[in-house]
Design a protein. Structure first.
Length: 147
């Protein structure tokens, strides 16, 4: 489980204080409800700048993005989700695939998606095994690069 912020606004458009508050509100709410201390943060819409990444780090988060988008949120159906991921030119070792748990067709696509990835030789692992928590920067394609 990770933090997506309270406001779901483009955080780079907020003041540093508003950005920090949006991240902290979600953290506090989830921690109070579940007792779980989240450690991963994904900026809404993939919109970030150095301020957003610094605020997330100040809250104890490692920031993650995706480099493959299922576009499940567009509601084009199961076949479209599978094609968007399994035939994506950016799919490769270390890819992070963006999927939404509440998307209309994701539950129906998930089993075929996992089997399709495994058939291509990929292993599904937790995001926490893919990311750097310190001394990294983000590339435009969503991948972290060790400094």
């Amino acid at each position: 489980m990770g933090n997506l912020s309270e406001s779901r606004k483009n955080l780079s458009q907020l003041s540093p204080a508003e950005c920090l508050e949006s991240i902290q509100k979600t953290h506090t709410r989830v921690q109070e409800l579940t007792g779980y201390e989240m450690a991963l943060f994904r900026p809404p819409y993939g919109d970030y700048d150095n301020k957003v990444l610094e605020n997330a780090k100040e809250c104890g988060y490692a920031s993650v993005l995706w480099n493959v988008d299922s576009y499940d949120w567009k509601d084009y159906g199961v076949d479209a989700i599978l094609k968007n991921v399994l035939e994506n030119e950016n799919l490769g070792n270390g890819s992070i695939i963006r999927c939404h748990s509440g998307a209309r067709y994701m539950a129906d696509a998930l089993d075929s998606l996992i089997k399709g990835l495994e058939k291509q030789g990929y292993e599904i692992i937790p995001v926490s095994r893919l990311i750097y928590e310190d001394k990294y920067h983000m590339k435009e394609d969503g991948r972290q690069v060790k400094n």
